[in-house]
Design a protein around this ligand. Structure first.
Ligand code: R5P
Length: 310
């Protein structure tokens, strides 16, 4: 078994390699002067099982293309099998036609990854679990919930906690954390007048005097979380925490979080945000490398991955 990294999140790839007491395959990923990506694998990988680690994070198009070209290079170098390890699976939010005449990017990206030659996909907190069905190869969807639960148990001392889904789509995720923490669930009724804009219509559940933990898969512009946190405070919440797997944090998101009522935003390092959030007091990053490394080990040894979440 060997690990290869793309350029999207090298610190995470190095930490996964460290967990597995392994090394990253020697490779060169460069760009021609017109921006085309060029990949070369600098060591023999014939007959090896290869795990290529690459998030489809910003710049999403470059990182996706890098992933596809890496898979292609591995296939043409006679790797025995190729697992695309995609800590953050970008392009997943368009998973159906919500209005007429739009694309379903999650399906197209799934097709591209399969067509390039991947035999398996490993990812974390897919935007919607059913995206697994867009693939005709095995997909292991890992959950950050146990990592968040451990952190919350250790750091949030309140006895009056409630988990909050910031929209109806996030109910299952918030319920999963609520189940481990043995607390109730509230749901924010969010509407999106336009992509990138969100509006809170209502909060279902009583949050008065409670410590609210918002749980979500993605924080992108920050609008969803900041608006949800304000709505919770307006309804009497004592304090608001947010546990969100993928810190996309585009545009002014970090600034919005800094100025918001959120006591702490906790994200994982599926996306490399080191420069964006260093010295931001109310954002904390939890490492995902042990979970991913363990999943890779189990896949490699053909042992159960789901046991990780029991
Ligand atoms: C939406 O369904 C997702 O789960 C997130 O809530 C959304 O992508 C967050 O986006 P933003 O931070 O831009 O509001």
């Amino acid at each position: 078994m060997k690990l290869l990294t793309g350029n999207s999140n090298k610190p995470l790839s190095k930490n996964i390699a460290k967990y597995l007491k392994s090394k990253l395959v020697n490779s060169s990923i460069k760009k021609f002067s017109d921006g085309e990506i060029y990949i070369e694998i600098n060591e023999n990988i014939r007959g090896n099982s290869i795990f290529i680690i690459q998030s489809i994070s910003s710049p999403a198009n470059d990182n996706l293309m890098e992933l596809l070209l890496c898979i292609d290079a591995l296939k043409r170098s006679s790797a025995k099998n190729i697992t695309a390890v995609i800590p953050y699976f970008g392009y997943a939010r368009q998973d159906r036609k919500v209005v007429p005449r739009t694309s379903i990017s999650a399906k197209l990206v799934s097709n591209l990854i399969t067509k390039a030659g991947a035999d398996r996909v490993v990812t974390v907190d897919l935007h919607a679990g059913q995206i697994q069905g867009f693939f005709d190869i095995p997909v292991d969807n890992l959950f950050a919930t146990p990592i968040f639960a451990r952190h919350a148990k250790k750091n949030i001392k309140s006895k009056n906690i409630i988990c909050v889904a910031p929209d109806v789509g996030g109910t299952e995720r918030a319920r999963a954390l609520g189940k481990i923490l043995n607390v109730e669930l509230a749901i924010v009724d969010k509407r999106r007048p336009k992509p990138g804009q969100s509006k809170v219509m209502n909060v279902i559940g009583n949050v008065k005097g409670k410590t609210c933990i918002i749980v979500d898969d993605i924080i992108d512009s920050g609008g969803t979380i900041v608006n949800a946190a304000k709505a919770l405070k307006d309804r009497g919440a004592k304090e608001v925490y947010a546990y969100i797997t993928h810190g996309v944090l585009s545009g002014e998101a970090v600034d919005k979080i800094k100025k918001s009522v959120i006591k702490k935003l906790v994200v994982t390092d599926t996306i490399d945000n080191h420069d964006k959030i260093k010295n931001v007091k109310n954002i904390e990053v939890l490492p995902i490398s042990a979970l991913m490394g363990e999943a890779i080990k189990r896949i490699s040894n053909s042992t159960s991955v789901s046991d990780l979440f029991k």
